[in-house]
Design a protein around this ligand. Structure first.
Ligand SMILES: Nc1nc2c(ncn2[C@@H]2O[C@H](COP(=O)(O)OP(=O)(O)OP(=O)(O)O)[C@@H](O)[C@H]2O)c(=O)[nH]1
Ligand SMILES: [Mg+2]
Length: 328
């Protein structure tokens, strides 16, 4: 029986062959399996693909064990943002300024050798910022790219008073692109090119603005940039620009805060859940517990419902700050 493979499948296969890391290969193999026409003629190919996916997963697992657990950072809180950029940009200093983490900071290149996470407080929640070794043409380990690929967003940090911050930005983006990672503006429509490409939302951080007191260099860089990413001015040294930077980073996570309430009790307003923006009552129930969505009898919402405590349908879209009572 002929396999009748579609152009979509051939495209996925081309991407598989172009993929460089095991992670990329796995993403591509999964894509091939999802787009392969499902009929008798492709049974064997489907079986082969499933075995290939299993082998790739095993090999990733083996690599991880060899490198130890610290190389891929487990996401925590409302989302995970990676700090990327050339050596000495001030990535570690930025982490130290915005979180309680205590990274090593020094004025020689490649001070940071391993990922280090920290939690940034924002509103009544937290998100995770991860310091990485530099993305550098002379040397960059593949776990750096793997972490970026898996993150919810990235901050491209450069020293605004450095030798050539515009070149630093484009070089970092080129190195990422060589590993099929494209930095895109927050909320920009996805290019939809699919694996092995990963679109990661990003902002540019012009750090060390304390070394540019008149703002001349900052203005120059802003004027010269042709990329479509938001730009934040910041100083890890003094903390200037911290509030708008944190707000921009949190915005890239596209989450809403949802509070829960037990029937007949006061809501728990201390610790919100952070759920994906646009999520419905049913999504949220599944998010809280995988059984909840199935057993959900009714939900009441305070906030985005027409009136407080209104019983809402399962497809009611929640808004930031809503209080939800799930009746199971
Ligand atoms: N004046 C000033 N100096 C800074 C600022 N941020 C970082 N530095 C200095 O720049 C140097 C490099 O800072 P790091 O935070 O180690 O830079 P990094 O990007 O983590 O460097 P790598 O780990 O090598 O990639 C250190 O001497 C810092 O003290 C800043 O905002 N202002
Ligand atoms: Mg560092």
């Amino acid at each position: 029986m002929p396999a009748n493979l579609t152009p979509e499948y051939h495209e996925a296969e081309r991407a598989y062959r172009a993929a460089r890391s095991t992670e990329e290969k796995l993403a591509c193999a999964r894509r091939m399996l999802s787009v392969i026409p499902k009929h008798k003629g492709t049974d064997r190919m489907q079986g082969d693909l499933k075995r290939r996916i299993a082998r790739l997963k095993e090999s990733i697992e083996r690599q991880r064990k060899r490198r130890g657990p610290s190389y891929r950072v487990k996401p925590e809180g409302a989302g995970q943002i990676m700090l990327v950029g050339p050596p000495n940009a001030g990535k570690s200093s930025l982490l130290a300024r915005l979180t309680r983490a205590e990274p090593e900071v020094a004025d020689y290149p490649c001070t940071t050798r391993e990922p280090l996470p920290g939690m940034v407080p924002y509103l009544d929640t937290h998100f995770q910022l991860v310091d990485l070794p530099p993305v550098w043409r002379e040397h960059c380990e593949s776990f750096v790219y793997d972490n970026v690929r898996a993150a919810d967003g990235a901050a491209l940090v450069v020293d605004v008073a450095g030798e050539d911050p515009v070149r630093d930005i484009s070089e970092t983006m080129d190195l990422l692109a060589a590993r099929h990672i494209r930095l895109v503006a927050p909320g920009a429509p996805r290019t939809g090119s699919g694996p092995p490409w990963a679109d990661i939302e990003a902002v540019v951080v012009l750090n060390q603005c304390d070394r540019d007191p008149d703002g001349d260099l900052t203005a120059l860089v802003r004027g010269m940039l042709t990329i479509d990413l938001p730009v934040c001015t910041f100083s890890a040294g003094t903390g200037a620009g911290a509030a708008p930077l944190v707000e921009t980073l949190y915005g890239m996570l596209h989450v809403i805060r949802i509070y829960t309430k037990e029937q007949g009790e006061e809501p728990d307003l201390d610790t919100p859940y952070t759920a994906p923006a646009g999520c419905t009552v049913k999504d949220f129930a599944a998010f809280v517990h995988k059984d909840f969505a199935v057993h959900l009898k009714q939900a009441r919402v305070w906030g985005s419902a027409r009136f407080d405590g209104q019983a809402v349908p399962r497809d009611h879209v929640l808004q930031d700050g809503d209080i939800v009572e799930l009746e199971i």
